[in-house]
Design a protein around this ligand. Structure first.
Ligand code: ASP
Length: 320
């Protein structure tokens, strides 16, 4: 059996700010994301030359434009490499904007026994003090640590579960968190300090997303706010939307007019879940809830979960 120090780590590039470039070194906001290849990113990290690495460019996108087809391609490549006995873990470079959606999807679909580590950057590669190289170095370290498993994300020295990670700041270098759950581990000077168990669970399997993306059920977000009404819900029903996650107020409460429209849509077959627009906390469900609560899931995680459940249902699989 190979120890992790002899084994190979595969780094999959998908784009994002970590691969972004700007015209001037001081520009942190006017850059173009997804410009440098994953090989160039690795070449910019001192300390990786002695590590057995392979790299592959799966996509080159600004993650605000993430698409189901990229998720499919990425999940397939991750599964392929994890299936190779000589590969002990996979790293994915990604944009920060939708990293939490990709991480959630990969953990639910693959629930890997080896580590799959997403990382990203808040500043482009051309910045005077870019955060990408350290994050990438940390991600490679983490993917080679014995005992680590599941889909996780490492940014600014904090390691988060793929089921919990979320972007919570627009600009700061430590822009990520995991709500009340907090980080799983810390990476300090290359040393791992584990706080909680690694993500585990029964994978849905690649088969669940192996459907032409044009045929994926449509799941949308609708928010509750002052003056909200049900007209958007009616429009979504007409468009054939299969599921709605309502971004509720407080503990997942919904304006009475919007709620009436959602209850009618649910009675007509649309799946409706309640999440919250609060930055922290979860939706605590009650036994008599008619619209199910999304619990600890953010609206965006809940959207991915509902999408996967609808895909699983269509395939006659149990969502688990
Ligand atoms: N728009 C970028 C992206 O998500 C932002 C980033 O990576 O920080 O790809």
């Amino acid at each position: 059996m190979q120890s992790r120090s002899q084994s190979s780590t595969v780094v999959l590039g998908t784009g994002g700010t970590i691969a972004g470039t700007a015209a001037t070194r001081g520009d942190h906001i006017g850059y173009q994301a997804a410009q440098l290849g994953v090989g160039a990113l690795l070449g910019g990290v001192p300390g990786l030359s002695e590590v057995a690495l392979e790299s592959e460019q799966v996509a080159q996108v600004d993650s605000k434009d993430m698409e189901p087809a990229v998720w499919q391609a990425l999940a397939r490549r991750v599964a392929h490499h994890l299936g190779r006995p000589e590969v002990s873990g996979v790293v994915i470079t990604h944009g920060t904007d939708t990293l939490e959606e990709t991480a959630y999807l990969l953990q639910r679909v693959l629930a890997p026994a080896k580590p799959v580590v997403l990382t990203a950057a808040m500043r482009p590669a051309t910045a005077l003090h870019p955060d990408g190289p350290q994050n990438l170095l940390d991600a490679v370290h983490l993917a080679r640590e014995p005992g680590v498993q599941g889909v996780v994300a490492v940014l600014a020295g904090q390691v988060y579960s793929g089921l919990e990670v979320r972007k919570q700041h627009t600009y700061r270098l430590d822009a990520f968190g995991a709500g009340d759950a907090g980080p799983l581990a810390l990476l300090e000077a290359g040393r791992l300090h584990t706080l909680r168990p690694w993500p585990a669970g029964v994978p849905l399997g690649l088969d669940v997303i192996d459907v032409d993306p044009a045929l994926w059920p449509r799941v949308e977000l609708v928010s509750s706010h002052s003056g909200a009404d049900g007209s958007l819900v009616a429009a979504l029903q007409q468009m054939g939307v299969a599921g709605v996650v309502v971004v509720g107020t407080g503990n997942g409460t919904v304006h009475q007019r919007l709620e009436a429209a959602l209850l009618a849509a649910q009675a007509a077959g649309m799946k409706v879940w309640r999440s919250t627009r609060c930055a922290e906390g979860r939706v605590l469900g009650k036994p008599d809830d008619v619209l199910p609560a999304a619990g600890t899931l953010t609206p965006y995680q809940a959207r991915v979960e509902l999408l996967l459940q609808l895909l699983a249902e269509r395939k006659g699989l149990r969502p688990g």
